[in-house]
Design a protein around this ligand. Structure first.
Ligand code: SF4
Length: 326
């Protein structure tokens, strides 16, 4: 079985964007791969945050991941800072990483613009820590969106650079492109994101889900009920693609292009289907919140398994580097 590594920042409760873009895919990956799923809290500290909220954010994220179907018996689910080898390997890989490569990273440039008052070295070094996350477990595949391919290519160069300089330890990981396209937010403009407020939390109430979908942007050509519309230009229809049956999607296409249905009907059907889809996830999440020890146990066991594997890699790394072994 090939090994996969994937990480997610502890941004608190999952929302539709990261559910569709990552976590839904994680549950499917478990069928085919041996998976390390990591809540990357060390990556999160490169941005401003409230330390008092970090534990809650990690708990929320981990319990949502479990509620979505990640099985801690089959996969290794853990928190990055519980495995110190991540930062240890990052430091070593810093001696392979090239300054020029890092300064060309698109994500660094984007983040530097967004937090111009806090362009810290961690932000610059982010791809090296990400390489350490992946290489520590000799992951062969990393599920990513197109925007992360540059970082995986960088991780491959780092693995090659290390192997050439000190001897072979690491496999070169491959980007496993997720089939899910960029998830556009309910505003119909930007990528779905919690900070932009254009998404829906997985734990939202039925009332909130309906309210948010009712406000979603539709095909701008369809101004009045009697106007015909083009579902391919409507983000509501793209969400039907994830949560509705073929029959419902045909109903939308036929109704929208002939003005046989209004946007209100279309959105109501989407909300009904989304609520049905999320109900078992929300029920499981409520059970986990009522029994937090189950989440703590899963994360502790995951960290233990990850540490065992990471320690083996670091023994090889230290030997290759000729470090003092005691
Ligand atoms: Fe969009 Fe549905 Fe309205 Fe067509 S009927 S414009 S697909 S919301």
């Amino acid at each position: 079985m090939k090994t996969v590594f994937s990480g997610i920042q502890p941004s608190g409760e999952l929302h539709l964007g990261n559910y569709l873009g990552a976590i839904r895919n994680w549950t499917a990956l478990q069928e085919e791969f041996f998976c390390y799923f990591c809540v990357v809290d060390y990556h999160a500290i490169t941005q401003s945050y409230e330390p008092k909220e970090m534990k809650t954010r990690v708990f929320e994220m981990a319990s949502d991941i479990l509620a979505c179907g990640v099985d801690p018996e089959r996969s290794v689910l853990f928190v990055q800072s519980q495995v110190p080898e991540h930062t240890e390997l990052c430091w070593i890989l810093n001696s392979v990483a090239q300054f020029g490569d890092l300064s060309r990273m698109t994500q660094f440039k984007d983040k530097s613009q967004r937090q111009a008052d806090n362009i810290n070295v961690g932000l610059f070094d982010y791809p090296v820590l990400q390489s350490a996350d992946i290489l520590l477990y000799n992951a062969e595949a990393v599920p990513v969106g197109q925007d992360q391919v540059q970082h995986i290519e960088f991780a491959r160069r780092i693995a090659r650079g290390f192997n050439n300089r000190w001897g072979k330890v690491f496999k070169e990981p491959e980007a496993k492109l997720t089939s899910t396209p960029k998830i556009i937010g309910l505003d119909g403009k930007a990528k779905m994101s919690k900070s932009l407020g254009n998404t829906i939390a997985l734990g939202a109430t039925d009332k909130d889900i309906r309210k948010r979908i009712n406000r979603a942007m539709t095909d701008p050509q369809r101004e009045k009920r009697e106007d015909t519309g083009n579902p391919d230009k409507c983000n509501v229809y793209s969400l039907h693609g994830f949560f509705s049956t073929d029959e419902d999607r045909t109903w939308v296409v036929d109704g929208c292009t002939t003005a046989g249905i209004g946007c209100v009907d279309c959105k109501k059907r989407l909300a009904d289907n989304l609520i049905e889809h999320l109900t078992p996830i929300r029920t499981r999440k409520a059970e986990l919140v009522a029994n937090p020890d189950e989440v703590h146990d899963a994360l502790n066991k995951g960290a233990e398994k990850a540490r065992q594997s990471a320690a083996k890699t670091m023994t090889k790394v230290r030997k290759k580097l000729g470090l003092w072994q005691g």
